[in-house]
Design a protein around this ligand. Structure first.
Ligand SMILES: NC(=O)c1ccc[n+]([C@@H]2O[C@H](COP(=O)([O-])OP(=O)(O)OC[C@H]3O[C@@H](n4cnc5c(N)ncnc54)[C@H](O)[C@@H]3O)[C@@H](O)[C@H]2O)c1
Length: 239
C-alpha cells in the first residue's frame, strides 16, 4: 500500500532534498508526498523542479501554524516529517518572533493535529544546536539542552514538545538532531555558500572568534538518508 507522507518545509534546503529522495526512481517504498510550505524567503519551488511532474507529489502553500489546515492535512496522511522552521541563526538574533511562532507554535499545532487524526509516525527534525557549544568531543543524546541562540532555543522547545507528545500521549515521535548541512540548493545566506561566493568573487570572509572553533558538517544527502532510516526503522520516543 502507498504510504502518504506529509513533508513540512519541503521547499527548503533539506526538506526538498528529502522529497527528491522519496520520489526518486531508486526509492525502496511507494509513497505519495504532500509538501506543506509557506514559501518564506527561504523556500523555493525551484528546488522541487526535478520531481515537479511526479504523480506522487502534491504541493500545498500554507503555514504550519494554521491549525485548521494542519488538521485537514493530518487526517489524510499516514506520517509527518517535519522540517519547516525559521532556520537562520543570525536572523533569530535580530528578531526572534518568527522563530518562536513557526518553530515552537507551528510544531505544537502539527503534533496536536497528528494526535487527533491518528498519524502513525511523526519525525521531528531537530538540530545539534540544542546542545549548545561543547568544550570538546561530541554530544550524547542524553546530554542537557543548553541552546545559545534564539534559533537553537526555539528548536529545543519544539524538540521537547515533540518528545512530550510521545511521553504524555504515546504519539510515535522520532527526533533527529543533526549537525550543520551543506550541499546543493542551500540558501546563499548560510555559511558555506556565503564563504564560497565571497572567496570566488575575490572578497574576504568573516572569522568567528579566534578561528579555533570546530564544527561538524554533513552532506545534505547523507542527512536525508539518515532521516529516511529513522522514518522507516527508528523507534518511537527516541532521539
Ligand atoms: N541547515 C542545517 O544545517 C540544519 C542542520 C540541522 C537541522 N536543521 C533543521 O532542518 C530543518 C530544515 O532546515 P533547512 O536548512 O532546510 O531550512 P530552510 O530555511 O532552507 O527551509 C525551511 C523551509 O520551511 C518553510 N517555512 C518556514 N516557515 C514556515 C511556516 N510557518 N509554515 C510552513 N513552512 C514554513 C520555508 O519556506 C522553507 O521552505 C529545520 O527544522 C532546521 O532546524 C538544519
Amino acid at each position: 500500500m502507498t504510504t502518504k507522507i506529509l513533508v513540512t518545509g519541503g521547499a527548503g534546503f533539506i526538506g526538498s532534498a528529502y522529497v527528491r529522495h522519496l520520489l526518486s526512481p531508486r526509492a525502496p517504498q511507494a509513497v505519495a508526498v504532500t509538501v506543506l510550505d509557506k514559501l518564506t524567503y527561504a523556500g523555493s519551488l525551484a528546488r522541487l523542479d526535478a520531481v515537479r511532474d511526479h504523480p506522487g507529489l502534491t504541493f500545498v502553500q500554507g503555514d504550519v501554524c494554521d491549525a485548521s489546515l494542519a488538521d485537514t492535512l493530518a487526517a489524510h496522511h499516514d506520517e509527518i516529517v517535519h522540517f519547516a522552521a525559521e532556520s537562520h541563526v543570525d536572523r533569530s538574533i535580530a528578531d526572534s518572533g518568527a522563530f518562536t511562532r513557526t518553530n515552537v507554535l507551528g510544531t505544537q499545532v502539527l503534533l496536536d493535529a497528528a494526535l487527533r487524526r491518528g498519524v502513525r509516525t511523526f519525525v521531528h527534525i531537530s538540530t545539534d544546536e540544542v546542545y549548545g557549544s561543547l568544550p570538546y568531543g561530541a554530544a550524547r543524546e542524553s546530554d542537557p539542552l543548553l541552546p545559545t541562540s534564539p534559533y537553537a532555543a526555539s528548536k529545543a522547545a519544539s524538540d521537547l514538545m515533540a518528545l512530550a507528545h510521545h511521553r504524555t500521549h504515546g504519539l510515535d515521535v522520532r527526533v533527529t538532531r543533526c549537525s550543520n548541512n551543506f550541499g546543493p540548493h542551500q540558501h546563499p545566506e548560510k555559511l558555506i555558500p556565503r564563504f564560497l561566493a565571497g572567496l570566488l568573487s575575490g572578497g574576504t570572509v568573516p572569522l568567528y572568534g579566534d578561528g579555533q572553533h570546530v564544527r561538524d558538517w554533513l552532506h545534505v544527502d547523507d542527512h536525508v538518508r539518515a532521516v529516511e532510516l529513522v522514518r522507516m526503522s527508528g523507534r518511537p520516543g527516541e532521539i
